[in-house]
Design a binder for this molecule. Structure first.
Ligand code: FMN
Length: 341
């Protein structure tokens, strides 16, 4: 084991205990790069349907793109058929990920109603077969990401044990049910219960909004690592345990520039449009920037975008984010209203 490693997943050493969550539409190469620079310890790709991989869809391959700095990198797949999941996993194993993860948490109807995502948790036999097949036939560790269950009949402990018995190397859990979607509070006690009932590492996830939440989740649950999704959009500082409210606007704008350059470099012209959802999270909660942010969200010209950032910096660069923000990130942040896959 690597002496720096915070924990290991099968044979893979992970050099930290905070990771960026897989998020469709968000956790792409540029976003992962920014989060890794601030200390996120591992990269998950956005989830990809087994069928898309089997069809050799170009979109699927783009979603599985990664750079060396992403390592350890986890490819996440979903589906409802263990044999198809195996076939898809065999294909993408050739792209040399460090780990392959099965999504059993996605709650959108499109995915879950056909028995994929969290829908798989309703079929423990399929979970067992999937992990048996994948762990027997792949050479990389196989992991899974789950919820509490479909509804109030929560079966995460049973599913966790089935995963472990069938060779899973790690379980990540977002402790809400499918029915809850993103409502209510993530039930961290369940992370502790899962951690106590299995001998493989457990990553806790859900409602980590502030740096203090990281240590609190670890101490309250005993989880091996903490996974952050929505709380890291427009807030990569959370990985370095730095509160965004303590930064100056100049510091925030420095990272906005770095992120926008990375996204334009990666996607070309459409990068600026893709960046809008991040701009909202970096700067959208600061009413005094209102008209400038609106312009940022409209422009399709990089030079114009950068000039608006310069103007914001000129006016507010020395101000603290806490002085400009309406909300504390923990309570009523609009980030919490991001819709999810
Ligand atoms: C926009 C969005 C996209 C998501 N896409 C995925 C995904 O592709 N795979 C996955 O396992 N979870 C996905 N999730 C769930 C997150 O990984 C995470 O479990 C959830 O957001 C709770 O963590 P948080 O409170 O830190 O955001 C997504 C969530 C959001 C908000």
């Amino acid at each position: 084991m690597d002496s720096k490693a915070a924990f290991t997943i099968g044979t893979v050493a992970v050099d930290g205990d905070v990771v960026l969550a897989p998020m469709a539409g968000f956790s792409d190469v540029p976003h992962r790069a920014i989060c890794r620079q601030f200390g996120a310890a591992m990269s998950y790709t956005e989830f990809v349907a087994a069928e898309e991989i089997l069809a050799r869809s170009k979109r699927a391959l783009l979603l599985l793109d990664y750079v060396p700095q992403d390592r350890p990198v986890v490819f996440q797949i979903f589906g409802n058929d263990p044999l198809k999941l195996l076939e898809a996993a065999k294909i993408i194993e050739e792209l040399e990920p460090d780990i392959i993860d099965v999504n059993m948490g996605c709650s959108t109807r499109r995915v879950s109603a056909r028995g994929a995502g969290v829908g798989m948790m309703r079929h423990p036999d399929r979970v067992a077969e999937t992990f048996r097949l994948l762990t027997n036939h792949l050479s990389v560790p196989v992991t899974g990401k789950i919820r509490l269950g479909w509804d109030d009949n929560q079966n995460y402990l049973a599913i966790g044990r089935i995963m472990e018995e069938n060779g899973a190397a790690l379980i990540a859990i977002h402790p809400r049910t499918k029915e809850q979607q993103y409502r209510g509070k993530a039930e961290w006690e369940a992370i502790a219960r899962l951690k106590q009932s299995v001998n493989i590492p457990v990553i806790g996830n859900g409602d980590v909004w502030e740096p203090d939440d990281i240590a609190r989740m670890k101490s309250e649950t005993g989880c091996d690592a903490v996974m952050i999704g929505r709380g890291a959009i427009g807030n990569p500082w959370i990985f370095s345990r730095r509160d965004k409210l303590s930064l100056t606007m100049a510091q925030v704008l420095g990272i906005v520039r770095r992120h926008v350059w990375a996204i334009v470099d990666y996607y070309g012209d459409r990068g600026l449009i893709l960046f809008r959802k991040y701009s909202k999270r970096y700067l959208g909660q600061m009413p005094e920037l209102g008209s400038s942010v609106r312009k940022l969200l409209q422009t399709i010209v990089l030079e114009e975008f950068l000039a608006i950032l310069d103007k914001i910096e000129h006016e507010f660069g020395g101000d603290l984010v806490s002085e400009l923000s309406l909300y504390s990130p923990a309570s009523t942040s609009p980030v919490q209203r991001v819709h999810s896959a």
